[in-house]
Design a protein around this ligand. Structure first.
Ligand SMILES: [Zn+2]
Length: 370
């Protein structure tokens, strides 16, 4: 795939991305299902299902759980649909592409959803409740969530560097990003109850998997890690079969399991933990794709400024600069970044598809027909 084509797969905004996704899904004969969100019916989660009943092996790619991170996931999905159209991906596999799980966040350039909720802290397994807050978060709360409009002159980055020097980057990540359920206007808020998007996913996930019972699922995120580098973050314990499967394909440095934390951190209520429990009876492997952008302090400063602007800014110019910086932090405008990360991720997709295709050969039994 040439680099001009890859650059074109990044859409200008949510609406363009959704339109292109649906057109491309129709072109390959996918089943297309739309779920408009309650607060704004012009926004929707869209799901394309290819070979719903013809294959026991399925590759799932989901995008936009963290709205503003949607552009890369959407570009990957668009590239996949074009490759399917050009027979550059195995056509005897099933594919499920879940477009923009948080459409409000994607459309409004927010990581959070219409209720200020971080959806990746809102998927609940039965043992979890929507309550609690890490002690570390409480210590940082007033610094993270000032109840005033943001200022471009404020020395947040200096303070953040000082805190990181004092406590270490991992301690800050664990304290801040693992999720909290006590500050509804704060960063990384997991909500009081299941949100619309989480419910739609929970109620329909089985249907989206068609008749497949061997599934690899890549959930695409950006904003954490070295610029234009990527990791596959697994929430399985070390030694789990899924860890071995991903490690064999991608090698140890790329694949981080639940016991290693160079890029990842433990979070509650994640999409992955929920999906792994929900699909436990199947051969189901979930990985969070995390693609690095700018340094963590810049990303955190951008999240903090945008959240303040959303809740407290009175001038549209304050909101606009905060949003623009947030977009840059989660999908850099650099053509070099865009070309590299999309080319890398298409290799990840192709490698997963080829590995699943080997299983098609081993298990020739086909369920139903398309
Ligand atoms: Zn994310």
């Amino acid at each position: 795939m040439d680099s001009i084509e890859l650059l074109r797969d990044f859409s200008a905004d949510y609406f363009e991305a959704r339109e292109r996704f649906c057109e491309s899904a129709n072109a390959v004969g996918a089943e297309l299902v739309r779920y408009p969100i309650t607060v704004d019916q012009s926004l929707s989660i869209d799901v394309a299902i290819v070979n719903a009943r013809a294959s026991r092996q399925r590759l799932v790619v989901s995008s936009g759980v963290h709205g503003v991170e949607g552009p890369l996931g959407s570009a990957i999905q668009l590239s996949m649909l074009r490759m399917l159209h050009q027979s550059e991906l195995p056509d005897d596999l099933g594919y499920t592409l879940i477009h923009s799980i948080n459409p409000f966040g994607y459309a409004h350039h927010r990581r959070w959803n219409e209720e200020n909720v971080d959806l990746n802290r809102n998927f609940k397994c039965s043992s979890n409740t929507y309550s609690g807050c890490p002690a570390g978060y409480k210590n940082f709360e007033s610094v993270l969530n000032p109840k005033t409009a943001p200022s471009r002159l404020e020395p947040f980055r200096v303070k953040a560097f000082w805190n990181i020097a004092l406590h270490g980057v991992q301690a800050i990540k664990e304290a801040v990003a693992t999720g909290q359920y006590e500050y509804p206007q704060g960063l990384f808020y997991g909500g009081r109850a299941e949100c619309f998007s989480s419910r739609i996913v929970r109620e329909n996930f089985h249907t989206w998997m068609g008749e497949s019972d061997e599934i690899v699922h890549l959930d695409v995120h950006t904003g954490l890690g070295r610029f234009a580098d990527y990791r596959l973050l697994l929430e399985y314990p070390p030694g789990a079969p899924a860890v071995a499967w991903f490690r064999e394909l991608f090698g140890r440095p790329i694949v981080e399991d639940g016991g290693s934390h160079p890029t990842s951190y433990d979070a509650r209520g994640t999409f992955g933990l929920w999906a792994m429990a929900d699909q436990a009876s199947l051969d189901y492997r979930f990985a969070t794709v995390e693609v690095g952008t700018h340094p963590i302090v810049r990303v955190l400063a951008a999240l903090r400024a945008e959240n303040r602007a959303h809740h407290y800014a009175s001038s549209s110019s304050d909101i606009e600069w905060a949003r623009q910086e947030l977009r840059e932090c989660f999908c850099p405008t650099s053509p070099k970044w865009r070309r590299k990360v999309l080319a890398d991720q298409m290799k990840v997709v192709q490698r997963c598809a080829q590995q699943l295709k080997k299983a098609v050969g081993n298990r020739s039994e086909v369920v139903g027909s398309c």
